[in-house]
Design a binder for this molecule. Structure first.
Ligand code: ATP
Ligand code: MG
Length: 304
C-alpha cells in the first residue's frame, strides 16, 4: 500500500463511528480535533494527493458503471458543507457527479413519505451523488421541532417517541437496499463547535460579500444548540451501520474538514476498486483491423 492510501485509511479510521455504539457529541467528539500530527501546511499537499486518488478512481467507476456512491453530508448551520463539497469536487469529473441540496420540503414532498425525495435523486451505477443535507433532516430538524411532524402525515404521529425508532429503522433499511443494489452509502457529519459557529456568523455579518449567507433564522436555530447535539448523538448511535457507516469530521478547522472528507470519499472508491471493462478477444481483433484501416487512411490522405 502506498503512502497516500495508508494516510487515507488512518484518517478515515479515526473518524468512523463504530456501528452499534452509543455516542454523545460533547463527550466523544472534539470539533477542534484532528489528526494530531498534521499541520495546515502539510495538509495542503496531502489534500492534492487525495484528490488525485479520487480523480483516478472515479474515472474507473464511470467506465465500469457497475457500482455507484452516495455521499451524505450533514452539518449544523455554518458547518462548512458548501465549501467542503466545493473542494472535494475538484477531484471529480463533473459528468460523473451530481450534488443535491435538501431544503425545507415542498408541498408535494410533504404529501409523500420522507424518503421519497431522496430516492428520486439517488445516484445510478457509475456515478457519485452528493447529498448536501439529506433524509437525516427528518430525524434532526424535525426531531428538534417536532411540531413539523404534523405536516408529515397527520397529528397522530406528533409527540410519539416510537416514531424516531421507526424512522431510523426505515433509514437503515433504505440505505441497505441501496447498498444491496450496488450503491455504496457513506456519511459525513461536519462537527463544528458552538464558538466556531458564532465566529463564522460574525464573519458573514462583517463581510459584505458574505452577507447573503447570513440568515436571521440561523440565529434562531442556534438557541436549540443542545437539542441538536442530542439529536445528532441519537442519529449517530442508531444509523451508523456496517453497510452505511457515519464519520464524524472535526470541522472547526476548515482545511482539516476538507482533507478528511476527501479521504472518506477516496477510501470508498478504493474499497470498491473499480476496473476498466475488459474487451473480449473478438472485439480486440476487430479493433486491430480498424486500426490498420485508420492508419492506411492517414497515409493515403498524406499523399495528396
Ligand atoms: P447554507 O449553509 O448556505 O445556509 P443550508 O443548507 O443551510 O445552506 P438553507 O436554505 O439555508 O440551506 O437551509 C435549508 C433549511 O431547510 C435548513 O434549515 C434545514 O434544516 C431545512 N430542512 C431541510 N430538510 C428539512 C425537512 N425535511 N424538514 C424541515 N426542514 C428541513
Ligand atoms: Mg442555512
Amino acid at each position: 500500500m502506498d503512502h497516500t492510501h495508508r494516510f487515507v485509511e488512518d484518517l478515515v479510521g479515526q473518524c468512523r463511528v463504530p456501528p452499534g455504539t452509543s455516542v454523545s457529541m460533547g463527550r466523544d467528539f472534539d470539533p477542534a480535533g484532528g489528526d494530531g500530527t498534521l499541520s495546515r501546511s502539510e495538509g495542503q499537499p496531502q489534500l492534492e494527493e487525495v484528490i488525485q486518488v479520487i480523480d483516478d478512481y472515479q474515472d474507473r467507476l464511470s467506465a465500469a458503471a457497475t457500482r455507484g456512491i452516495l455521499l451524505v453530508i450533514q452539518a449544523l448551520d455554518a458547518g462548512g458543507k458548501d465549501s467542503t463539497i466545493k473542494h472535494v469536487m475538484r477531484g471529480l469529473n463533473p459528468q460523473g457527479v451530481e450534488v443535491h441540496s435538501f431544503k425545507e420540503p415542498t408541498d408535494e414532498e410533504l404529501r409523500h413519505d420522507f424518503l421519497w425525495r431522496c430516492q428520486r435523486v439517488a445516484p445510478e451505477r457509475g456515478r457519485i451523488g452528493i447529498f448536501n443535507r439529506s433524509h437525516y433532516e427528518d430525524v434532526l430538524v424535525v426531531r428538534v421541532h417536532s411540531e413539523l411532524l404534523r405536516r408529515q402525515g397527520g397529528s397522530d404521529r406528533a409527540g410519539t417517541t416510537r416514531i424516531w425508532a421507526r424512522r431510523f429503522q426505515e433509514i437503515n433499511d433504505w440505505e441497505h437496499h441501496l447498498v444491496a443494489n450496488d450503491i455504496a452509502v457513506v456519511k459525513v457529519l461536519l462537527n463544528v463547535s458552538k464558538a466556531e459557529q458564532a465566529r463564522r456568523f460574525i464573519d458573514r455579518i462583517d463581510r459584505p460579500e458574505k452577507n447573503w449567507k447570513f440568515a436571521p433564522s440561523d440565529i434562531h436555530e442556534r438557541r436549540y444548540w443542545d437539542d441538536y447535539q442530542r439529536a445528532l448523538g441519537e442519529m449517530l448511535s442508531h444509523s451508523s451501520t456496517e453497510w452505511a457507516p457515519w464519520h464524524v469530521v472535526p470541522a472547526d478547522r476548515k482545511w482539516f474538514a476538507r482533507l478528511a472528507t476527501a479521504a472518506i470519499l477516496a477510501q470508498t472508491l478504493i474499497d470498491i476498486d473499480p476496473q476498466y471493462p475488459k474487451v473480449d478477444a473478438s472485439v480486440r481483433r476487430q479493433m486491430a483491423t480498424d486500426r490498420e484501416a485508420l492508419v492506411a487512411e492517414l497515409h493515403g490522405s498524406s499523399e495528396h
